[in-house]
Design a protein around this ligand. Structure first.
Ligand code: HEC
Length: 401
């Protein structure tokens, strides 16, 4: 496998990923509601329904990482092949597309409105705010006010689903139209064929088996949540630790220097192959080093739970604080209050109990209360939390056969 081939393959894959991202984005926009109260539930709905909707979401989620990788490999091999001077226009256009895609990831990240989305965006906007002079103004413009809410969502979705895809499509067309000869050397039939086959197989297996993550809904008062950026930005997060005394180094100086350096590459004349390899290796090496440092520092961080597991853990906690007193630690109906007042509390671990009830009765009893002693929880627990309570009872208490 030589560099030429990798260049072609990564170009083919990037093109394929970009197209599928745009298509799956259309699919998602059919079910997504960009408002503070409904964004999360519209995504949760897709997750619960499973099937095609869920697969489209996973596709969209994982392919964004895929495009970050394939685009990176493309730019890297473009450079290593020594094409930057000869094809500097293509280099600049490709870089612009890459930056726009990063912008797309930035805005897309918030859309599911789960804990990770909310707190991650909070941190990112904080970084934007630390840009001297214009930072606060830009952050407020993006946020549509001083806190993240419906206004932010509607701005982010406009940037994410209209502005960026339109500009990216225009630039891609420009690239194709103005330099058809160059594109042909890159996008040969083999690369399209190989790219498509490898791409589709990978995508199918991946999204079929691993669904895109979703955590608990955003909770703006849960300040203990520790957000982390996506894997490809961990290096920047790590870097930020060393320049806490001057945050603008990370938010303004570094991005500007990096962009200028990349845009300037075509004009560094007479770069020997060794020289290029040196630059590429130190670039990747720095990335790897910083990323590993932050992964190492985070090794003891509790794993982020997905929605279902987190709801389960929450239901267990709710049970011990709200239900234990009557229903007992293990659901046997032998809690302290039951004993003191001789309540007739059912034993959730008995087969007789489960024979005489069903999901609706249980959900209703928790929501509205039952008899004279079982209180209602409709003000304390949300609909989803009540549902999680039922699931938890089934898993922990219901006798197996
Ligand atoms: C103050 C005591 C008390 C507390 C607190 C309490 N329960 Fe109950 N619960 C009862 C009693 C008593 C019954 C039996 C009611 C009846 O059948 O008349 C009951 C019945 C139930 C039933 C049976 C409904 C059915 O028809 O199958 C469920 C399910 C239930 N409780 C769940 C919960 C959950 C979940 C919590 C906590 C979120 C909770 N309870 C908190 C006392 C309590």
């Amino acid at each position: 496998m030589n560099l030429q081939f990798i260049l072609k393959l990564s170009a083919g894959l990037s093109f394929l990923f970009l197209s599928i991202l745009i298509l799956s984005g259309w699919g998602l926009s059919g079910g997504y509601i960009p408002s503070e109260s409904e964004a999360f539930s519209s995504i949760l709905y897709l997750r619960k329904m499973g099937g095609v909707g869920q697969m489209i979401r996973s596709l969209h989620f994982y392919l964004s990482s895929g495009l970050i990788i394939s685009g990176f490999i493309f730019l890297m091999t473009f450079y290593l092949n020594g094409y930057t001077s000869q094809y500097w226009k293509q280099w600049v256009l490709s870089l612009s597309i890459y930056f726009l895609i990063i912008g797309s990831c930035f805005t897309g990240y918030l859309l599911p409105m789960d804990q990770n989305a909310f707190w991650g965006t909070q941190v990112r906007l904080g970084i934007v705010e630390s840009v001297p002079v214009i930072g606060v103004w830009i952050a407020n413009l993006l946020r549509g006010g001083s806190t993240i809410g419906s206004e932010t969502l509607s701005r982010f979705i406009t940037i994410h689903a209209s502005i960026i895809p339109i500009i990216v499509s225009i630039i891609t067309l420009l690239l194709i139209q103005s330099q058809w000869e160059f594109i042909k050397t890159i996008l040969s039939k083999t690369s399209i064929l190989f790219g498509t086959i490898i791409g589709l197989v990978l995508i199918y297996f991946w999204t079929y088996s691993v669904s895109a993550p979703l955590e608990l809904p955003a909770n703006p008062i849960d300040v203990d949540y520790t957000p982390r950026p996506e894997w490809y930005f961990l290096w920047l997060f790590e870097f930020g630790k060393y320049v806490e005394w001057a945050p603008w180094i990370r938010s303004a100086l570094l991005p500007m220097a990096g962009t200028l350096f990349l845009l300037g590459l075509p004009f560094l004349k007479h770069q020997a192959t060794n020289h290029r390899i040196g630059i590429a290796v130190s670039w990747c090496g720095t990335w790897l080093l910083l990323t590993s440092l932050t992964l190492y520092a985070d090794r003891d961080l509790p794993e982020k739970l997905n929605y279902e597991s987190a709801m389960f853990v929450q239901a267990e906690e709710n049970y011990q604080s709200l239900c234990y007193d009557c229903h007992g630690k293990e659901g046997k109906g032998d809690g302290p209050q039951t004993k003191t007042f001789s309540l007739e509390t059912p034993d959730f671990t008995s087969k007789t109990y489960w024979r005489g009830t069903d999901d609706d009765k249980i959900l209703n009893a928790i929501k509205e209360g039952k008899g004279k002693d079982m209180p209602d929880f409709k003000r304390k627990l949300s609909k989803d939390q009540i549902y999680a309570q039922l699931e938890m009872m089934k898993i922990l208490f219901k006798p197996k056969k």
